[in-house]
Design a protein around this ligand. Structure first.
Ligand code: P6P
Length: 341
């Protein structure tokens, strides 16, 4: 990633407008939506970076739809993003990890439907580990003059029109795609602007990092156990043993995988028979990003983005990252399918 000379510094807003000009028919609505999300991200970043000072750390005493204790920053992020989407005036429904059902916005016939995990990895907030926001944008099929129906929200990930994440880490990074590659932006706090840092990022074809919570080893399928043992064997010719890295914030683990290559895995297990991670607002948007950067994202059998959803909060196993690493683990899963050990 080469530093941009001052004259070449491009803000997120400028980049979105430049990109829109490549689509003559575009009316700028999606561009406006992305800009609104960018503004919410700046506001959230400001609070995340001073959370320790403004008593916004800790729990607010409520629980989300999944019975998980909600941290104050979760709620703040949820409110900021929903307000941004309300202001956009073109979004009819928002589905968020922090809300049981579908949030209907005042623009009932709005063209877009947005899924989001407003603050993913929130269990890491109090220990100052990177956390992130994830968004996934769909377009309704039509009838924009009629109020959107709940059923319109259940679209497979291969119908996303845009997706992205914001990583609140040592710097605040925003990544997004509209299906024409993945661009990265870094927030310059002195300007209050996201500045273009990589116009089209590509994931390495292969990586020597595997990322999985090995605490659930005993409940893995035999093929996964065999694959992780393969990663740990000594074989200088294939660059093994690989390195194990696991942050516990999906956005941070996926961002590292995007930049350095390798594989992130959250399999099904005894505690999470369907997998832990959410299809619609974690796996589909991050799968879209990784695929657009040249990677792969599967549930162990099929492409994550081809899964036909039947519930807005449904979970899925996920194997995501460099294409060679994902294909390799799939080979192990297939070879030992149905075997116990
Ligand atoms: P575990 C965070 O709670 C999250 O939803 C993802 O960001 C992360 O990848 C995963 O759960 C971590 O789960 O079971 O390893 O703590």
């Amino acid at each position: 990633m080469t530093a941009q000379p001052e004259s070449k510094l491009i803000t997120l807003e400028e980049f979105i407008i430049q990109s829109q000009s490549k689509f003559p028919g575009a009316k700028g609505e999606l561009s406006q939506l992305l800009r609104d999300i960018g503004l919410a991200a700046k506001i959230i970043s400001r609070e995340v970076n001073k959370a320790g000072i403004t008593n916004i750390l800790g729990y607010d005493g409520t629980k989300n739809v999944h019975g998980e204790s909600v941290k104050k920053l979760d709620l703040f992020a949820d409110q900021q993003l929903i307000s941004a989407l309300e202001r956009s005036g073109i979004t009819s429904m928002v589905i968020s990890e922090e809300n049981d059902g579908i949030v209907k916005l005042s623009c009932e016939g709005g063209k877009y439907i947005v899924y989001m995990d407003p603050l993913d990895g929130s269990s890491n907030i109090d220990v100052n580990v990177s956390i992130g926001s994830i968004f996934s944008i769909y377009m309704r099929d039509g009838d924009f003059d009629k109020p959107a129906k709940d059923a319109e929200a259940l679209q497979p990930g291969n119908r996303q029109v845009a997706a992205g994440y914001v990583l609140y880490g040592s710097s605040t990074t925003l990544a997004y795609t509209t299906g024409a590659g993945v661009s990265l932006f870094t927030l310059d706090p002195s300007l209050g602007e996201f500045m273009l840092s990589d116009r089209r990022v590509e994931i390495p074809k292969h990586g020597r990092i595997y990322s999985i919570n090995e605490g659930s080893y005993n409940s893995w399928d035999l093929g996964l156990k065999k694959y992780i043992k393969y990663c740990q064997e000594e074989d200088p010719e294939t660059g093994r043993p690989y390195s194990a890295r696991y942050i516990g914030s999906m956005v941070a683990d996926i961002h590292r995988t995007l930049i350095k290559g390798g594989i992130f895995i959250y399999p099904h297990s005894k505690n999470y028979p369907e997998g832990k991670l959410r299809l619609m607002y974690e796996c589909n948007p991050l799968g879209f990003i990784i695929e657009q950067a040249g990677g792969m994202a599967t549930d162990g059998k099929i492409r994550v983005m081809d899964i036909e959803p039947n519930a807005i909060h449904q979970r899925t196993p996920i194997y995501i990252g460099s294409p060679e690493n994902v294909e390799h683990v799939m080979d192990f899963l297939h070879e030992y399918e149905g075997q116990v050990g």
